[in-house]
Design a protein around this ligand. Sequence first.
Ligand code: FUB
Ligand code: ZN
Length: 637
Amino acid sequence: MPSQYTVGVDEVTVDDAFWSPWIDRNRDVTVEYQYEQLEESGTLENFRRAIDGKSGGFQGMWFQDTDAYKWIEAASYELAKADDPDLRERVDEVIDLVARAQEESGYLDTYFQLVEPENRWTNLNIMHELYCAGHLIEAAVAHHEATGERSLLDVAVAFADHVDDIFGDEIDGVPGHEGIELALVRLYRVTDEERYLDLAAYFVDLRGHDDRLAWELDNSEEIGGASWDDGALVPAEGGGSLFLDDEGEYVGTYAQAQAPVREQEAVEGHSVRAMYLYAGVTDLVAERGDEELRAALDRLWTNMTEKRMYVTGGIGSAHEHEGFTDDYDLPNESAYAETCAAVGSVFWNQRLFELEPDPAYADLIERTLYNGFLAGVGMDGEAFFYVNPLASDGDHHRSGWFTCACCPPNAARLFASLGQYCYSTTGGELYVAQYVGGSLSTTVDGTSVELDQESDLPWDGEVAVDVDADGPVAVNFRIPEWATEATVAVDGEDVSHDGSGFVRVEREWDGERVELTFGMEPELVAAHPSVEADAGRVAVERGPLVYCAEAVDNERPLHQYAVDDDATVRAAGEADALDGVTVLEADATVPALDGWDGELYRPVGETEREESDLELVPYYAWDNRESGAMAVWHRRT
Ligand code: FUB
Ligand code: ZN
């Protein structure tokens, strides 16, 4: 079994009118650009200096090493799908630098090696050594699975062993930024070494019981990396900081350490950290079957999806700590909804799906992929959003790279491995979880299965899947939550279903064609009444896509449009400037302008509204043309 999910990257070929251009751009533009940035940003130079035993001269963020690791991971997924000698050579060169920078002990973190070697492992809250280790391990496993080589895996094993020697022995502590937990489970799955699973469990179980993070805040003179504290250690004016409450007392919420994981009730703190942690916990539950942890995951998922998530699947309401705030606090213009958090949510939900194939997880993956995640990447593959607001006055734009370049490489590794999110063989059955054209060649409980999929999503709801297997197999087809109606037929014979979840077809397969048709009527949706930011507003969805209005398509300022609850919304052609996306048009009204000259206020009875159309484009496509205001939520009449 592959280390991450039941279906490997190399078992799926994506050949899809919608997704293939994104995946190709990712390979040809983003991964190439990312590689250039490794040199440009000094990332590779940091490794060279560490090899030469130099001190000083570190460039970039203190976790800059992860840029190289995430690039190797994305490139490895590409190599798993198709050999590319030039890419392979560059991957090998970067791996060579990484391997040579590693110390005899197994330690590897160029910031500490170059800047403050005496302070390693002293600032777990902020300094990310374990986070870097996590990305190194993930890259190494992906590279090993793609090439069969151990060049990076040996480095990862040596570092993981070093971490294992130190933690729980010399130091009791957990990473301020999670990520190593899920990575250790991946490492366990390729090495079969139980100690990595134990170490992942150690990090998960100690979180919230640990005084180490609090101790660091009380002893800031004894820890390294103080210049990188981002204000976390120092209470902000008026009290409070990332880690301290108004009284200066340590609170662990930023790093999900407010309580032991198994007791946690709500998703808190930094949202990327939270997603990586809960993905790792889900892996651990999959390996060890811990009912208490499983119940905690359920509570956390329910809290996130019912109270703390944007309609786009984006998460994280506040900029200050890049994370979750309170239930129903979902401001639109100031939303954080970091691209990495959307990626992390996909990681977590896919793992949950593998644990228990509940269609709700696959529905959320689809919502996040098409909306909260995809908006993070420009349609040229060269520009990225770090933050994904749901409303803008026109000043928010994608940019090429960031000083803190966490999002572009995260998007790159997700695009490069997208195929593995489409299918699952969990529990000995095949799940067609995402409708993405292409093919699958896998085994389900020992039975070989070949599958070809054609999909018109997200523009039309027609899907056809041809299945071949060398024995009987149960294949489950998802009826998406958004389908306004659904039909399923096997070789022309209708299959009955109750209109939700999965349709299970168990039989011998000899090239039978399964045809699925999903209704895609545009729908107006409202938010829970407790969401103040969306009060009196509606959003428009069609199929898996959330739509938005952009100033460039609409004559009046967006705030003047109002939509009736029963307004007709129709598909109104394709926007050539946006790669042919389906444009929607909603019946709306705008205020009549007559009589307003020389008036700032008038009795309501004297104001009139006139009919107009509100033009809408998919949210993911916004800010790809002339800049201007954008809104996902529109006023209700
Ligand atoms: O700290 C590492 C990464 O940088 C986080 O995951 C992102 O939120 C960004 O702060
Ligand atoms: Zn990010």
